[in-house]
Design a protein around this ligand. Structure first.
Ligand SMILES: *Cc1c(COP(=O)(O)O)cnc(C)c1O
Length: 468
């Protein structure tokens, strides 16, 4: 398989080349030159596999520069009962007939990002050792990416992590998870700004090609293709758990921020997985909902990004969205370049034609927005009716899914975090603390390692240069 940029650069790369990089040189995102097609016989065979072996089958279609036996060993090391808590790895819970929760948050940091990041840690270690190289990972997080990356990379040979987060905006639990890590290769940088400021710094540093090369900068943001690919696997795993025979259709509702998670669903659907709808659920930051409903893409500046009680979705410029637009517009890289090339600075707005907007439904996409009141009411209702405590992001998914559920098609809502990460909203909704795994009791009291900085690209570059 070869990979190409969404912005028209025709250079084709292989998986391990793009594994350690972020954006393509022209500023676009990498996508495979085509989506491998999965037929009914293959689906029937995959239905019988363990999660790790299913992951191997799917990854093999996209990775041809890692020997098969090595790749199989990597996925078997990654997706274990010890790390993810169950044989299914992503267990499905039916709340009622036709409405399921796909549990993606049973990894070390209690959010779905572990699903991809744990694999990325193994892939990075493997590839860096093979090349005899080192890598400095620069990332931006609104909470969950950072901890997932740090827990996947801590103590790994040849890897440093520099993780930017918006100062004071993560939950106390999330801050404790990240800042309490004492590993010498983990560096926390709290930026005085919002998540989009952090992301813009990462993009600016990654676009400084001389700096990027000299300091061997890599990224683990959701624009990383390997992360997206890892997430494709659980759409298949969820489908197999929800159905008894292939051919039956299933829909997914996906609490969305950077559009990485639901973009993986898009890839699964393009491969031929029988997905009826992919419902994009946003919070009050509803740029994507507006786009899917109206065809108008109107990204907001960071000053207009609302701080909400589902903070991992407080994103107004979804970094993976460009991948979907590329497919929607028939892979016209020149057009994508015109649409997104200027968006990095400010307010790149575009409007789809009526015909283009109509194609959104052909791609299975629908959307809805949630808000604080709906989130809290959904946490309460889900607890009252089913005895299940869901986190605020998952609650946004459940709230939006309601309007998109059809009797004939099961709806699976992706559970993107455990409630323990977002205690304040759970206490507000239920008047009680969320359950917390025993090994995470008291982490807020641990000593913290973090450096607070202004949103300044040069200052972040200096900091990296001094430490590596
Ligand atoms: C990251 C995250 C999201 C958003 O996922 P994207 O892939 O960025 O769309 C939703 N919920 C939680 C809990 C997250 O950590």
């Amino acid at each position: 398989m070869r990979y190409t940029s969404t912005r028209g650069d025709q250079t084709q790369r292989r998986f391990c080349e793009i594994l350690l990089e972020g954006l393509a040189p022209d500023g676009g995102l990498y996508l495979p030159v085509h989506y491998p097609q999965v037929d009914a016989a293959t689906l029937a065979r995959w239905r019988e596999l363990s999660y790790a072996d299913l992951a191997f089958e799917i990854l093999s279609l996209y990775i041809d520069d890692i020997p098969a036996e090595d790749l199989r060993a990597i996925v078997r090391r990654t997706y274990t009962v010890e790390v993810f808590g169950s044989e299914q790895i992503t267990p499905l819970t039916w709340l009622k007939p036709g409405l399921g929760l796909l549990g993606l948050s049973n990894g070390p940091t209690l959010a779905f990002k572990d699903m991809a990041m744990q694999l990325l840690g193994q892939l990075f270690e493997y590839e860096l050792a093979r090349r005899g190289q080192t890598l400095n990972i620069l990332g931006a997080t609104s909470g969950d990416t950072g901890s997932a990356a740090e827990y996947a990379m801590r103590g790994k040979q040849g890897v440093n992590v520099f993780m930017l987060s918006p100062h004071g905006r993560m939950s106390p639990f999330q801050q404790a998870q990240m800042f309490s890590l004492q590993d010498a290769n983990i560096h926390n940088i709290a930026i005085e700004g919002v998540f989009d400021d952090c992301q813009d710094i990462v993009k600016a540093v990654s676009n400084d090609l001389a700096f990027k090369q000299r300091y061997r900068i890599g990224t683990v943001n959701s624009i990383n293709w390997a992360r997206l690919l890892a997430q494709v696997v659980y759409y298949f795993a969820g489908y197999f758990q929800a159905t008894s025979a292939n051919g039956q259709k299933v829909s997914f509702t996906v609490p969305s921020g950077n559009f990485g998670n639901v973009c993986a669903g898009h890839v699964a659907r393009m491969m031929g997985l029988p997905i009826a709808q992919l419902v994009v659920a946003t919070n009050e930051n509803d740029v994507l909902d507006e786009f899917f409903r109206t065809g108008v893409y109107r990204p907001r500046a960071s000053a207009q990004t609302h701080e909400t009680s589902s903070p991992s979705m407080d994103i107004s410029k979804a970094s993976n969205f460009e991948r979907f637009v590329f497919d929607l517009l028939g892979r016209d890289g020149q057009r994508v370049r015109a649409m997104f090339g200027a968006a990095l600075t400010e307010q790149g707005q575009f409007v789809l034609s009526a015909a283009e907007h109509a194609r959104i439904a052909e791609f299975g996409f629908a959307s809805g927005a949630s808000n604080h009141a709906a989130r809290v009411a959904t946490i309460q209702a889900t607890h009252a009716a089913h005895g299940v405590v869901v986190d605020p992001h998952t609650a946004d998914g459940l709230a939006v899914a309601k309007a998109h559920t059809h009797a004939a098609t099961p709806m699976l809502v992706l559970e993107t975090a455990l409630p323990a990460k977002f205690a304040a909203t759970i206490v507000e909704a239920l008047g009680q603390q969320p359950p917390r795994p025993a090994h995470l009791q008291g982490i807020e009291a641990l000593p913290k390692r973090v450096c607070v900085m202004r949103p300044d690209v040069a200052a972040v570059q200096d900091y990296i240069a001094r430490l590596v």
